[in-house]
Write a protein that binds this ligand. Structure first.
Ligand code: 26Q
Length: 824
């Protein structure tokens, strides 16, 4: 086996075992005689945690001493998944640990699966933040993540009678990876009023007073890099009642209940992750979360900067703050407030610091998903911030007015304040105005934001403020950890594991396209991964699937724009065709398993209806004796990061079929291809760049283009659109009750046949079905298929999140790595 790198190591399995046993007996106070898998997990995690902590402390010390420019990644979501396997692989001692745990009578797989996912996110945006932390540490960037310590992560999904049911995810019972920092707390203010006064020198000050105070307590988690000792920090804020005089008097005077109620109200702020991956309009608690987190993080960042005793003008040379979507936009007026009200800087000086400090990443062009908050709500909760937002807007509009005199439309269209009833604050505009760079997450998406939602800002600032950083994924988790056999095979061919930190090295795999042994093993690994998924499907859903079938997978959040409905209509069409065939004809058919997974936001009725339809179709098709293995339909419950690690390596085809122009990037497309699966997809998001890299012959593209979407929607609106006859038949069968109570699905069907088919399902259906048929044909030639998949893997180097981070560092943050000092 190849030596990956040298790190601080357990010198032997005996030493590792001793540490595990010590933790079980002393830290957990448990007897070895009743050591179950949970205890074995805890012991193993704690043994590795000890190793991480040492490097973590050294890294932080080194960063404090060198005091380089740091990156702060503000994201309300970090979808981390499990930590133990990642820690073992990044520290590089999984082999020793594996031997150790087996001597203790356990299987490493079982121990790893004891851990609960840290599911502090909804989907793509949260997982992107987690991949970025891995890359930042691996590349030795001094970087911190900031988020909230939710008591409840994204809900667990159960399917009962075909319907989604949400179960709370209370995940903190035992979490060895977090360290409470009860000494690191920040007072956060809400409500109250603003008073103006003049000091002796005649200077005007604003004070925000009489508010309610909530305490933010820091909890830290170590983020180990791969093959480096750099261990960065993820800081999560937890809300707690502040024990100021106010509570104390209540308690003293016997108002115990009122006092406890105050405490609970404070703790509610960090209680739960909002389970919407588009929008939850107007919820005061969500706005409280956002401010609580921004204010705590900024106070922490400013405190750290002030220790260096540098002048304020140095702040943007020491601090880069990246805003993951508009969720942390309040950080902009908050920093301005700290600088002018707290530090006494004048407006212009402060504002120039603010603009140089922030960068903003946009993740959507869908207008309904753009964040807005009502002026009265902000006025009530954050009166001083509303004043500052108005001042930012007034100065900005004045400046625009000079550039575009007498253009009233321009002023109204770029104003941060939308003049509706009530007035609304457009958070994306505030984020654009308060940042020095704005980026989209794939080329098409970055082009689209410049011509749609931020069109006028391009006129005002020029095009250079807007840039693209195409998303990426960490090859450590999404290749090495999820698919260890493939990773090892590649290492054997390329002469080591360097590709894990330079993914472009994968291109050398093309030299082995004719290597019979390599091809055979590559194919065997895919088959073994499918067997593993089949086993999981049997255990979890009770459905038997044949691993020799074509595995067709669509796993992602349930959304109309992602078009799981197009997929399931295609499945129904396939089923109807199979039913029409003679037994002779059926023998020629390529067997297929259609696998779905994904959560719907609890209030998103249409998305839930699609889940229900998939489950109904699954019940009918899987029970049909005529069909047998020719078609199986599976809805996998509770899709999450750790399940993705089993699902992603097992696809033959995965589906990324959003209406063109709606999916900003997509990142699971990258994960599937990196693991030797092909893609069926639309010309959308990162699919386009995947096509550029792997070549048009190695991807199955279909459907209308983004540039045609507007006209097509128009055509629907003005009628005269005739429904494809095959889709018509699918709808007829749904309506006549073939898949259960037809009434349940009428709104879904009607959204297409009567209400304008906003997501253009009917326009793309024929092209989709034809492309699926091409896939059946292509799959029959297994040798050619294999050549395609190997070629794809070889050409995925571009999609490493390491490449993204280098681009952010150069184009947006202007930061350098700080490698750990050499030790003797
Ligand atoms: C906002 C306000 C209130 C409550 C919730 C939200 C909210 C929460 C999460 C809004 C959006 C999200 C998540 C969005 C998301 O995951 N977007 C995806 O980001 C990926 C990474 O860039 C892209 O690959 C996907 O295309 C994009 O959909």
């Amino acid at each position: 086996a190849w030596k990956k790198f040298s790190a601080q190591e357990f010198s032997s399995k005996e030493e590792f075992e001793k540490e595990v046993v010590r933790h079980i007996e002393t830290t957990l106070a448990r007897s070895l005689f009743n050591c179950d898998e949970a205890a074995a997990y805890a012991g193993t995690a704690l043994a590795f945690r000890d190793r991480l902590v040492i490097e973590w402390n050294k890294t932080q010390q080194n960063q404090t001493f060198a005091d380089p420019k740091r990156v702060y990644y503000l994201s309300l979501e970090f979808l981390m998944g499990r930590a133990l396997d990642n820690a073992m692989l990044n520290v590089g001692m999984k082999d020793i640990a594996q031997e150790g745990v087996s001597e203790l009578g356990f299987r490493m797989e079982d121990i790893i699966s004891q851990e609960r996912d840290a599911a502090l996110g909804n989907g793509g945006l949260g997982r992107l933040a987690a991949c970025f932390l891995d890359s930042l540490a691996t590349l030795n960037y001094p970087a911190w993540g900031y988020a909230l310590r939710y008591r409840y992560g994204i809900f667990k999904q159960e399917i009962i009678d075909g319907y989604q049911v949400e179960i709370p995810d209370y995940w903190l019972d035992f979490n060895p990876w977090e360290f409470p920092r009860h000494d690191v707390t920040v007072d956060i203010q809400f409500y109250g009023n603003v008073r103006k006064y003049m000091d002796d020198s005649g200077k005007q000050w604003s004070v925000w007073e009489n508010g309610e105070i909530v305490n933010a307590v820091a909890y830290d988690a170590p983020i180990p890099g791969y093959g480096t000792k750099t261990t960065n920090n993820l800081r999560l804020w937890s809300s707690k009642a502040s024990h100021g005089e106010f509570d104390f008097t209540k308690f003293n005077s016997g108002e115990y209940e009122a006092s406890v109620a105050d405490q609970q109200r404070a703790e509610t702020i960090s209680a739960v992750l909002y389970p919407n991956d588009s929008l939850e309009r107007g919820k005061e608690l969500r706005l409280k979360q956002q401010y609580f987190w921004c204010a705590a993080s900024l106070s922490d960042i400013v405190r750290r900067f002030k220790k260096s005793k540098k002048p304020w003008s140095e702040f943007p040379n020491q601090v880069a703050i990246q805003l993951n979507d508009t969720h942390p936009t309040l950080a902009i007026p908050e920093l301005q407030r700290i600088l002018i009200d707290g530090e006494g800087l004048d407006w212009e000086e402060a504002w120039s610091i603010v603009q140089k400090t922030f960068g903003y990443t946009n993740h959507t062009v869908l207008p309904e998903a753009l964040e807005k908050w009502s002026v009265p709500l902000i006025q009530h909760l954050l009166p001083r911030h509303l004043q500052i937002i108005y001042e930012i807007n007034a100065r900005f509009l004045q400046w625009v007015e000079k550039k575009f005199p007498k253009d009233r439309d321009m002023l109204a269209s770029v104003s941060i304040i939308e003049e509706t009833q009530p007035k609304m604050v457009r958070m994306a505009y505030l984020a654009v105005i308060g940042s020095h760079k704005v980026n989209g997450v794939a080329e098409l998406h970055s082009d689209l934001i410049k011509t749609t939602i931020f069109k006028d800002f391009v006129k005002i600032y020029g095009p250079d403020k807007f840039t693209n950083v195409t998303n990426g994924i960490t090859p450590r988790r999404w290749l090495h950890q999820a698919n260890p056999r493939l990773s090892e095979l590649i290492a054997n061919k390329l002469g080591g594991y360097d590709f894990l930190t330079d993914l472009t090295l994968l291109h050398k795999l093309e030299n082995f396209l004719d290597d019979k042994d390599f091809r055979k093993e590559f194919q065997e690994i895919k088959y073994a991964n499918k067997v593993r998924l089949a086993k999981y499907i049997k255990e979890a859903q009770g459905i038997s699937v044949n691993p020799a079938s074509l595995f067709d997978i669509q796993v992602k959040r349930m959304h109309e724009y992602k078009r799981q409905q197009l997929n399931v209509f295609g499945v129904i069409h396939r089923y109807l065709q199979l039913k029409d065939m003679s037994p002779e004809e059926r023998k020629k058919v390529q067997p297929r398993v259609s696998i779905f997974g994904g959560k719907a936001a609890p209030g998103y009725w249409m998305a839930k209806t699609v889940i229900h339809l998939i489950n109904q179709v699954s019940a009918v098709v899987n029970a049909d004796k005529d069909i047998g293995d020719l078609l199986k339909v599976v809805f996998l419950e509770d899709y999450n990061v750790s399940k993705a690690e089993i699902i992603v390596p097992a696809s033959d085809i995965s589906e990324h079929i959003s209406t063109a122009g709606t999916e900003a990037s997509g990142t699971s497309n990258m994960k599937f291809v990196l693991n030797g699966g092909l893609v069926i997809g639309t010309c959308d998001g990162a699919n386009i760049e995947i096509t550029r890299e792997v070549g048009e012959d190695n991807i199955f593209l279909f459907g209308n283009l983004a540039e045609d979407v507007e006209d097509l929607r128009h055509a629907h609106f003005y009628g005269g659109f005739e429904l494809d006859s095959q889709l018509q038949r699918v709808f007829d069968e749904i309506r006549n009750g073939r898949f259960g109570d037809a009434g349940q699905f009428s709104a879904l069907v009607n959204s297409i046949v009567e209400h304008g088919d906003y997501y253009l399902v009917s326009d793309d259906f024929q092209s989709y079905v034809e492309t699926q048929n091409k896939i059946d044909e292509a799959y029959k030639n297994q040798e050619e298929w294999l050549t395609k998949t190997i070629t794809c893997v070889a050409r995925m180097g571009f999609f490493s999140s390491d490449r993204c981070i280098e681009e952010y560092a150069q184009e947006i943050w202007n930061t350098e790595p700080l490698p750990p000092p050499k030790e003797n």
